[in-house]
Design a protein around this ligand. Structure first.
Ligand code: DHB
Length: 394
């Protein structure tokens, strides 16, 4: 068995783990990033595509990446579409803010390039990762390709290992909050030009649909489906029929279409585990909480966790006082619960529940009408969508 020592062992080499490693490096704290997935697998898994403005600021101000400012697209609003008409929520006007279309896979590639440039210790494609003794002398073990066991001793272990987190189970006495939804999203990547300059969130009697974007020639779209749906049984025609119906209307909007390049069904649930810390183990991002995808909060929340955690860890190492670790969970969770509410609210305002009554439908339409027809309603959505400020303590 080989043994390495580092200050912070980060389990999970997605955007959250890599950003933490970068922020620690800037603060002169060393870390090792460990992941069972390969770089290729992470780089080719489609995730959401919207960054809040403070996520962009964090990436650019920390020197991690400014490619987002070059290759990303700033969006100053979204359309809410219902009853066959689109209504724009103007982020500039209502929240003096914007967000950026920039896919999570690009955030990953940028952060990986940044850590590689700075000689970061990144270990991907590992087997059998496990964490031990998180209360006193934490360490991580893993096996490599030829089956030999490696051990990484650390002062701190961070679980940034996503929604199927292995680290999560090591938080003692945790409370778990769950909400399941009786539907899922059917996600497609299509070869087509954009149908509109900004994203369209559409509510239709048959269910929700979202028209997002990727490049000039490739678009990302989603529609509400049954959680047990098998995407391989869906023809392109059937997919387009669903999307066209849900975007149909009488304001002249037309959906651009083309070949379906990829299709998958996305899980849909809300989850929070508290606290996000046990001894020398701390959880960030999906390892500690999951939001449904409506509103694209998942990555943004993970980056906001990392920002708080990097600050707390820097204080712990510079003062040699690890009691400050106790501040992390409550500070991160204040934002997590706001985002839980926002994602739940966007979801329930736009989706069709299986047992929806005529009353529920009219009430849902009245809610949407109230939001788009009121400055304070629109401001509430705009503030939540573009992200609450991360400066200062929540
Ligand atoms: C995307 C995903 C979302 O969940 C969302 O709310 C907006 C955009 C996307 O993948 O582009």
């Amino acid at each position: 068995m080989t043994t390495t020592r580092t200050q912070v062992a980060i389990v999970g080499g997605g955007p959250a783990g890599l950003l933490l490693s970068h922020l620690l490096h800037v603060a002169d704290i060393d870390s090792i990033v460990l992941d069972t997935r390969t770089h290729h697998r992470i780089a080719t898994t489609h995730r959401a595509g919207i960054l809040e403005q403070d996520s962009v600021r964090l990436l650019t101000d920390s020197g991690a990446s400014d490619r987002v400012l070059v290759d990303g697209h700033e969006h100053e609003g979204i359309d809410l579409r219902f009853d066959g008409v689109s209504h724009r929520i103007d982020f500039r006007r209502h929240a003096d803010a914007s967000c950026w279309l920039y896919p999570q896979t690009d955030v990953f590639l940028d952060l990986h390039a940044c850590r590689t440039r700075d000689d970061g210790d990144l270990r991907y494609g590992l087997g059998d990762t496990d964490i031990h003794d998180v209360d006193d002398h934490p360490y991580v073990t893993y096996t490599d390709d030829d089956g030999s066991v490696h051990r990484v001793d650390a002062d701190i272990v961070v679980g940034a290992d996503g929604s199927r987190s292995m680290c999560r189970a090591s938080v003692r006495g945790a409370t778990q909050y769950f909400r399941e939804y009786p539907f899922a999203w059917f996600g497609v990547m299509v070869a087509a030009p954009p149908s509109a300059p900004e994203l369209i969130y559409a509510r239709h009697r048959d269910g929700f649909a979202l028209i997002s974007q990727r490049t000039a020639d490739v678009q990302r779209m989603y529609f509400q489906c049954d959680a047990a749906e098998d995407p391989s049984t869906w023809s392109d025609d059937r997919i387009w029929e669903q999307l066209r119906t849900r975007l149909s209307g009488h304001d002249g909007f037309e959906l651009e279409h083309g070949a379906v390049l990829e299709k998958s069904v996305l899980p849909f649930r809300s989850f929070v585990q508290t606290p996000l810390r046990s001894g020398r183990l701390l959880l960030v991002g999906d390892a500690g909480h999951t939001v449904p995808p409506t509103g694209a909060k998942g990555l943004n929340l993970a980056l906001a966790d990392v920002r708080v955690l990097a600050e707390v860890l820097e204080r712990a190492f510079t003062t040699a006082d690890f009691d400050v670790l106790s501040q992390y969970s409550d500070r991160a969770l204040a934002r997590v619960w706001k985002a839980q509410h926002f994602s739940y609210w966007m979801t329930t305002m736009l989706h069709r529940l299986p047992d929806t009554s005529d009353f529920d439908e009219q009430r849902q339409l009245a809610e949407l009408t109230s939001i788009v027809g009121s400055d304070s309603g629109s401001a509430y959505l705009a503030e939540g969508y573009t992200g609450w400020p991360t400066t200062g303590r929540p």
